[in-house]
Design a protein around this ligand. Structure first.
Ligand code: 5GP
Length: 208
């Protein structure tokens, strides 16, 4: 059976990855979503096993030691990681899977799955991101400056990705990601890998 495709949706903090991914999943019910493990507490309405697998720090540490995570990263004092078995099982069943993760984790996935498709969600402009970061009005100038420089650094990671998608409007961003998924399935290389053995077999049978 042909393997499914691995899609990684990432990008700077505050760009709207979670919202875009949720809208995309509604649109593409066959696209399997990888539920991450995290040590952060559930927010209101979040369900264990649906939004995240909520773990204690000890449980998370144990998953790291068992090599049960494809990647993990620390974000704002908590651990987040992608359970490995589910990703591998889904791909081997020929189904596509999407990971919605922050940038450090995405780079680690790329080391292990260079054949994955890496999509970077962009803010409409750096100014827009600046407005969002400063617009909260609650942080000191030092915190704002730190966030801005972090956002700038994260945007510089764009070079590691296959695609850049601007999140100007959620539905438009979803249109672009759907187009990428379709285009990836139409790649010549995939047909060469997938069909050539069959074509060779038919040719061999014809020659008998
Ligand atoms: P939140 O706490 O708002 O749900 O997520 C915080 C950040 O963690 C988001 O940028 C989200 O994309 C990222 N994240 C969620 N799951 C994972 C994961 O499994 N691995 C990594 N590296 N980041 C994740």
């Amino acid at each position: 059976m042909n393997k499914g495709l691995l899609f990684v949706l990432s990008g700077p903090s505050g760009v709207g990855k979670g919202t875009v991914c949720a809208a995309l999943r509604k649109r593409l019910p066959d696209l399997i979503y990888s539920v991450s493990a995290t040590t952060r507490s559930p927010r209101e309405g979040e369900q264990d096993g649906v939004n995240y697998f909520f773990k204690s720090r000890e449980q998370f540490q144990e998953m790291i030691e068992r090599d049960a995570l494809l990647e993990y990263a620390q974000y704002v004092g908590n651990y987040y990681g992608t359970p490995r078995d589910f990703v591998e099982k889904t791909l081997s069943e020929g189904k596509d899977i999407i990971l919605e993760i922050e940038v450090q984790g995405a780079l680690k996935v790329k080391e292990k799955f260079p054949e994955g498709v890496f999509i970077f969600l962009m803010p409409p402009s750096l100014n827009e991101l600046k407005t969002r970061i400063t617009g909260r009005g609650t942080e000191s100038q030092t915190v704002i400056d730190h966030r801005l420089s972090m956002a700038q650094e994260e945007i510089n990671l764009l070079y590691h990705y296959d695609y850049a998608v601007v999140n100007d409007q959620i539905e438009l961003a979803c249109d672009r990601i759907s187009a990428i998924i379709t285009a990836e399935h139409c790649k010549r290389e995939r047909f060469l890998h997938e069909l050539l053995p069959d074509i060779d077999a038919v040719a061999a049978a014809d020659n008998v």
